[in-house]
Design a protein around this ligand. Structure first.
Ligand SMILES: *[C@@H]1O[C@H](CO)[C@@H](O)[C@H](O)[C@H]1NC(C)=O
Ligand SMILES: *[C@@H]1O[C@H](CO)[C@@H](O)[C@H](O)[C@H]1NC(C)=O
Ligand SMILES: *[C@@H]1O[C@H](CO)[C@@H](O)[C@H](O)[C@H]1NC(C)=O
Ligand SMILES: *[C@@H]1O[C@H](CO)[C@@H](O)[C@H](O)[C@H]1NC(C)=O
Ligand SMILES: *[C@@H]1O[C@H](CO)[C@@H](O)[C@H](O)[C@H]1NC(C)=O
Ligand SMILES: *[C@@H]1O[C@H](CO)[C@@H](O)[C@H](O)[C@H]1NC(C)=O
Ligand SMILES: *[C@@H]1O[C@H](CO)[C@@H](O)[C@H](O)[C@H]1NC(C)=O
Length: 539
């Protein structure tokens, strides 16, 4: 699609760590997210966007290369695709090759081995990736536990920023750096067009955030998950062990039983409270970066994309964290702002005025769902679709669809551009439908059928079973099959378990219908579609 750009548009790519759709503009009117809501009100908001694997490294490598885990060969954090799978051209790299100045701030690629030890620099980036200096204190004991006078390494960690080592927090520093970058662009120190990727860490655990944000979430207003119990029909292999949660000092001392818990109610309230407070904190920082687009005169020619690498269970199914194929962790917020398409900036009113919640909201707000403007799409989209979509929107040469085995092909996509969805936009409040993906695909590996210590994070060498999952308009269907670590593929003839959840009547996925009499024909049809896979998923 051509957007008729006079100049190449800039790209601002904002990626959040472990953010589920608990935003005011999505599913959760009790969460305060005014800056992201404002972005959504000038954007197209996707209600059905899915990740390819619900864990940071594999998800990020997947959407940044536009290939799925069976092609990147990354299911853990232990390999670099250029060495282990193929010399795939990444999304930022393609923009760089097309004349963009590309920059990475904070957590964009999964750091460490998974991106070659240097966030895929210099291939993907024009300048060395920026990591906030206070990131080194990430796992320091800085949290008050309340049970003694000492500082601990907790999950729940509201803090006083001034008392922190380095006197700041990583996301605050990343936002400051991004704002300076945008200033440098407008002062001509950085060449246009740019592709700026900004990755925020919160609300990933530990839930460490300035304690002022707690004021919006008194415990009396926090609700538990509506389905907090272990679903009886859930096959054991589907269960995500949440050991990274129980290993933190505050949770460890509760002696939560392995593998199913449950987490004591009192702590469920506390974790939810801090997850939401950390989300509002992150929203403020997103707001600072967005408002800099206005200040620097860039809101007219910058495409903004906002997404998360996967969701997070907050007690649903008795589960915490990610590490599964359920809707709550595979579905993510995805918001796309395209100037003069989703919104017409003018010279009078700023597009993204900063909403300072700490300053402007003194008392508890009466929460309402305020996302009344903007467009929404119910189309199924996958994060592998982002690369070809942004390429289309920026008017660059489209990239080809990958063949079934593409490890020798440097530049191709296992997704599909959904830019066509935007041509349908005419005015606010429109629901856009004309996208024809039949299914979104995700997967999750396990070392065994029954929950093990490493069932949440399984190294490639230990993977025995892969759960291949597919979300259609009406249901989620999953097959847990034996996995061949040499061919990186599942054996459809060796099935450990199936799951079928009906989205309309059971949106939380608590009732597994896969073994019920009345659903066998649907299971057969779904199984057929799952085996055909992503390459047959466009209608
Ligand atoms: C990988 O591709 C990049 C360009 O995208 C190239 O500079 C590099 O030499 C390639 N590496 C290998 C091992 O082929
Ligand atoms: C902004 O530009 C100045 C002057 O060239 C440079 O010293 C600084 O590192 C730049 N900062 C960012 C974030 O680009
Ligand atoms: C957890 O177990 C330890 C050691 O067995 C015990 O001292 C402690 O009281 C237990 N805590 C709770 C909350 O049950
Ligand atoms: C953005 O474009 C509109 C019309 O195309 C123009 O009126 C406005 O002044 C521009 N705003 C900025 C900040 O350049
Ligand atoms: C809060 O909003 C609800 C729904 O709009 C309204 O009925 C209620 O009166 C409001 N409460 C306060 C204290 O403003
Ligand atoms: C796994 O895949 C490899 C490579 O395709 C093949 O040689 C091997 O027989 C497969 N193993 C099993 C158990 O099917
Ligand atoms: C299964 O697929 C067949 C053939 O496409 C179709 O006729 C039938 O209605 C489907 N059944 C269900 C339950 O979806």
């Amino acid at each position: 699609m051509s957007c008729g750009w006079a100049f190449q548009p800039n790209i601002l790519f904002i990626v959040i760590d472990d953010l589920r759709t608990s935003l005011n503009c999505y599913d959760d009117p009790d969460v305060l997210s005014p800056n992201i809501d404002q972005l959504a009100s000038k954007s197209i908001k996707f209600n059905h966007a899915y990740v390819q694997q619900a864990i940071c490294g594999p998800s990020r490598t997947s959407f940044l290369t536009s290939r799925r885990p069976d092609t990147t060969h990354l299911y853990d954090f232990q390999s670099y695709w250029r060495v282990a799978a193929g010399n795939f051209t990444t999304l930022p790299q393609y923009f760089k090759q097309n004349g963009y100045h590309t920059a990475s701030v904070g957590k964009v690629f999964h750091p460490g081995k998974a991106s070659g030890g240097n966030d895929d620099f210099p291939y993907s980036w024009s300048q060395p990736p920026y990591h906030p200096p206070t990131e080194v204190y990430r796992n320091y004991k800085v949290c008050r536990g309340g049970w003694d006078d000492k500082l601990h390494r907790n999950i729940i960690c509201p803090i006083d920023v001034n008392e922190q080592p380095g006197g700041s927090l990583p996301d605050i520093q990343s936002a400051q750096y991004a704002v300076k970058f945008l200033k440098n662009v407008s002062h001509g120190h950085i060449q246009r067009p740019f592709f700026l990727a900004v990755g925020f860490h919160k609300p990933h655990i530990p839930l460490k955030y300035p304690q002022q944000y707690l004021r919006f979430y008194p415990l009396s207003r926090i609700k538990l998950a509506t389905d907090p119990d272990l679903p009886p029909g859930m096959p054991k292999v589907a269960w995500n062990v949440w050991s990274d949660v129980t290993s933190r000092e505050d949770i460890k001392r509760l002696n939560v039983s392995f593998p199913y818990g449950p987490m004591p109610d009192e702590y469920q309230y506390l974790i939810r409270q801090s997850y939401f407070a950390a989300t509002t904190y992150m929203d403020s920082l997103v707001g600072k970066v967005l408002s800099a687009l206005d200040t620097e005169g860039l809101a007219n020619d910058t495409i903004v994309i906002f997404l998360s690498d996967h969701g997070w269970s907050l007690g649903e199914h008795q589960e915490w964290a990610k590490y599964s194929n359920f809707e709550v962790v595979t579905r993510v917020p995805l918001i796309l702002y395209v100037p003069k398409v989703t919104h017409f900036p003018d010279s009078i009113s700023p597009t993204f005025p900063y909403v300072d919640v700490l300053d402007s909201i003194k008392t508890m707000p009466n929460f309402t769902n305020r996302n009344t403007a903007g467009s929404t799409s119910d189309a199924l989209v996958e994060l592998v679709d982002l690369f070809p979509t942004l390429v289309d929107l920026a008017g660059l040469t489209a990239i080809p669809t990958c063949p079934l085995h593409s490890n020798k092909v440097d530049l191709c996509t296992e997704g599909h551009s959904f830019a066509a969805l935007l041509t349908e936009l005419r005015q606010s409040n429109q629901r856009v439908r004309n996208w024809h993906k039949k299914a979104a695909f995700s997967q999750y590996p396990r070392p065994a059928f029954y929950p093990q210590a490493d069932s949440y994070y399984t190294r490639l060498r230990d993977i025995k079973i892969m759960g291949y999952s597919m979300r259609t308009e009406n249901y989620r269907y999953t097959e847990w099959v034996s996995f061949n670590r040499t061919s990186f593929s599942g054996d459809w003839n060796h099935i450990y378990a199936r799951e079928l959840y009906l989205s309309d009547t059971d949106p939380n996925e608590d009732i597994n219908r896969a073994y019920e009499h009345g659903y066998q024909e649907l299971v057969q049809n779904a199984s057929h579609l799952l085996h055909l896979g992503w390459s047959s998923s466009l209608l």
